[in-house]
Write a protein that binds this ligand. Structure first.
Ligand SMILES: C[S@@+](CC[C@H](N)C(=O)[O-])C[C@H]1O[C@@H](n2cnc3c(N)ncnc32)[C@H](O)[C@@H]1O
Length: 399
């Protein structure tokens, strides 16, 4: 894993100017001219090709590699085994009643990958404790969930009560001292989709308290972090020259293949309009530079493109002259979106590499701290793109 980590570091450092430069703000990224064949190929892709490639890291790396050779190496480095089925779990109909379909499938996959549970569980950022209640029922172990949102805490405890389960949730900020005090060496800590700083606090707390086993599926690496740049955990990452800011961390989760089709169509339209407005503001201000605009609701699509431009201009305190040809700007926005979506694929080639780098940092930290770790995919990316699973046993306990 150290070798993979070092190779990923080298690739990410060498190509930082490519994956850091957004074709949304820069219509012709500076690296394009170094790869003329790549540009030609990208512009032959249909919208369906683009959607398909942006949701499938392996396919993207395979198809882009003839025009962008580093993708071949990335493809090798991001291969992680699919979890072996360590146990068969039973479908729980009582439990399933209250759990949305996709979440239920993720939890069942997480449970299968986790295998037999023998120690008391502590679930970090447990939400409604769907995972904890499921494992409590399957393995008859005590479960304590920690969750900050009081409404979710109440709902979780009501659901547990309804299932006649002893599993329970306490309201707790997992970044607080109280949370780390809840950890002990007899426990098995679990977390499904605990965000950036929250899963870091779990790992640090577990190492400090020598928690017996940790099973974690991380997500949203850019959230709840301290400071402006990512603070690596492992000594090898601390020595690395790769310094990641919050935008970089966000790039590790830039994928929308699980959003509903209707939602995706709307989001694309909004991006087209934002790019159309970008053309407007460049011309009106006479400055050929991107102007950052705050995030905007898809509900603005109801107002029509010209009103949209007036609305955004108002936010940015720009006065638009009369007689602007909005139809023309809307068409230019569509054209820019066409190119943006294709150039963005080149950035996306590095997405899983960034995610693997971040997760390997945690794995290497756990290894340095006396844990035996595996890193795998607990389900298909179509079920959730955040499908990586760290499973760590305190070294002298592993059989
Ligand atoms: C992405 S959800 C995952 C919930 C659950 N594990 C699941 O898979 O359904 C993240 C959860 O973390 C909780 N959370 C956010 N910040 C927290 C904090 N500082 N302490 C405890 N929980 C927190 C949120 O309220 C939310 O329920």
């Amino acid at each position: 894993m150290q070798t993979t980590f070092s190779k990923l570091s080298d690739i990410l450092i060498q190509h930082a100017d490519i994956w850091r430069e957004s074709p949304f703000s820069k219509p012709k990224p500076s690296w394009l001219e170094c790869y003329p064949k790549l540009q030609d190929w990208l512009l032959t892709l249909s919208d369906e090709d683009v959607d398909c490639l942006q949701g499938d890291d392996n396919l993207l790396c395979q198809q882009i590699a003839p025009y962008f050779p580093v993708a071949k190496e990335i493809l090798t480095l991001i291969q992680l085994p699919l979890c072996e089925q360590k146990t068969s779990v039973e479908r729980s109909y009582v439990w399933q009643r209250d759990v949305p379909g996709r979440k239920a499938e993720q939890i069942e996959a997480f449970a299968v990958a986790t295998g037999e549970v023998i120690s008391p569980l502590i679930e970090w950022c447990s939400g409604k404790l769907h995972l904890g209640r499921y494992l409590a029922e399957q393995f008859k172990v005590p479960v304590l969930g920690l969750e900050i949102n009081y409404r979710l805490v109440q709902q979780a405890n009501q659901l547990a009560h309804r299932m006649h389960s002893d599993a329970r949730v306490e309201q707790c900020d997992v970044l607080s001292v109280e949370a780390s005090q809840a950890l002990n060496e007899q426990q098995h800590a679990i977390a499904l989709h605990a965000c950036g700083g929250l899963h870091v606090s779990l790992l640090e707390g577990c190492v400090k308290k020598q928690v017996k086993r940790i099973t974690l599926a991380p997500c949203c690496y850019h959230r709840f972090n301290q400071g402006d740049v990512y603070q690596p955990l492992s000594s090898i990452a601390k020595r690395s020259n790769l310094i990641l800011n919050n935008d970089d961390l966000r790039s590790a989760v830039r994928q929308s293949n699980t959003a509903a089709e209707r939602e995706r169509v709307k989001r694309k339209k909004l991006q087209m309009w934002r790019l159309g407005f970008d053309q407007v503001q460049r011309d009106v201000r006479g400055v050929n530079e991107y102007l950052p605009v705050p995030s905007l609701s898809v509900r603005l699509l109801d107002m029509g493109f010209s009103q949209f431009c007036l609305h955004v201009a108002d936010i940015k305190k720009i006065s638009l002259p009369d007689g602007l040809d909005f139809g023309n700007y809307e068409a230019r926005g569509e054209k820019r979106f066409f190119e943006y979506a294709r150039y963005e694929l080149v950035r996306m080639t590095f997405r899983r590499a960034l995610e693997c780098w971040l997760v390997l940092d945690k794995v290497l930290f756990l290894q340095e701290s006396g844990y035996q770790c595996s890193l795998s995919q607990f389900c298909a990316v179509t079920l959730t793109p955040r499908n990586l699973l760290i499973d760590a046993f305190r070294f002298h306990d592993e059989i």
